[in-house]
Design a protein around this ligand. Structure first.
Ligand SMILES: Nc1ncnc2c1ncn2[C@@H]1O[C@H](COP(=O)(O)OP(=O)(O)OP(=O)(O)O)[C@@H](O)[C@H]1O
Length: 264
């Protein structure tokens, strides 16, 4: 199992000393090849949960095991190492280094790798950029690429170490509908090739519908999306068959029936 969260929560202390619970009692398991979506209103705790799964923050309650390891037992260096080698992040804002070429951006994670990955970083980065369809833009800087191309560079950078877990936070939030769908297809294809699991946080029901399992966060609690109420409820049972706002059928990467499967 890649992720096993049991009763996971996070409470922070406000400046006045009062506790604020941001997440509580989250139970979640994620296996290889899993495609999980999490929707939720602004402030419901989505980024907080993703930061826990990405070893960027630590839970204050419960048990979080990643790749079989109890994360509470990991020291700082072990966490950094595990994050770098096993987790790939894709963000809404592509977070590319300006002034560096696509090739340089994609190589960045390998600067901290050992052995073959380090020495062959340029070749690996070139292969990855070819894989995402940017083999002709290796020497181009992000500021001269379109949003969709920049996200492809970010995906190549996130996936160059073949992470077992891909965490995507609003990966299509800055892209138009069609570019967003093709970027999602690309992430899903690369995840399928490597057996990685993909956990996507999104406001977009069409993006959520592409997953196999659907959840929503409500005031810090993780619920199956079919129990949802409110504007994001469409990410649950029937989202796979919904037309997009322009009235076209959605390009979904999974059969509509898969969008109905909710497993907790
Ligand atoms: N360190 C912190 N101290 C105090 N409050 C925090 C802290 N981190 C997060 N919060 C609060 O916890 C809630 C959840 O935050 P989080 O960023 O996880 O929400 P989100 O669902 O990702 O929102 P959005 O969709 O707007 O990004 C918010 O109300 C936020 O202000």
């Amino acid at each position: 199992m890649l992720v096993e969260a049991r009763g996971v929560g996070r409470t922070v202390e406000l400046p006045g000393g009062e506790p604020l619970t941001i997440l509580s009692d989250v139970d979640l398991t994620v296996a290889e090849h899993d495609l999980v979506s999490i929707v939720g209103r602004s402030g419901s705790g989505k980024s907080t949960l993703l930061n826990l799964l990405g070893l960027l923050d630590a839970p204050t309650h419960g048990e979080l095991r990643l790749f079989g390891e109890d994360t509470a037992r990991l020291g700082g260096r072990a966490r950094d190492r595990l994050r770098g080698s096993a987790i790939g992040f894709v963000f809404q804002q592509f977070n590319l280094l300006p002034g560096r070429t696509a090739l340089e951006n994609v190589q960045t994670p390998l600067l901290y790798a050992d052995g073959r990955e380090f020495w062959q970083r340029e070749r690996l980065a070139r292969e990855m950029l070819e894989r995402v369809g940017l083999g002709e833009r290796l020497k181009t800087r992000p500021e001269r690429l379109s949003g969709g191309e920049q996200q492809r560079v970010a995906i190549a950078r996130a996936l160059i170490r073949r992470p077992r877990l891909i965490l995507a936070d609003e990966p299509t939030g800055a892209l138009d509908l069609e570019t967003g769908a093709s970027v999602m297809s690309l992430i899903e294809e690369v995840a399928a090739e490597t057996g990685a699991a993909l956990v996507t946080i999104t406001h977009d029901p069409a993006i959520a519908a592409r997953s196999k399992r659907h959840f929503r966060l409500e005031a810090g609690r993780l619920l199956p999306a079919e129990h949802a109420a409110g504007p994001d409820a469409a990410a649950g049972a029937d989202a796979g068959a919904r037309p997009d706002p322009a009235g076209r059928p959605l390009h979904v990467g999974v059969p509509a029936s898969a969008a109905e499967e909710v497993v907790v």
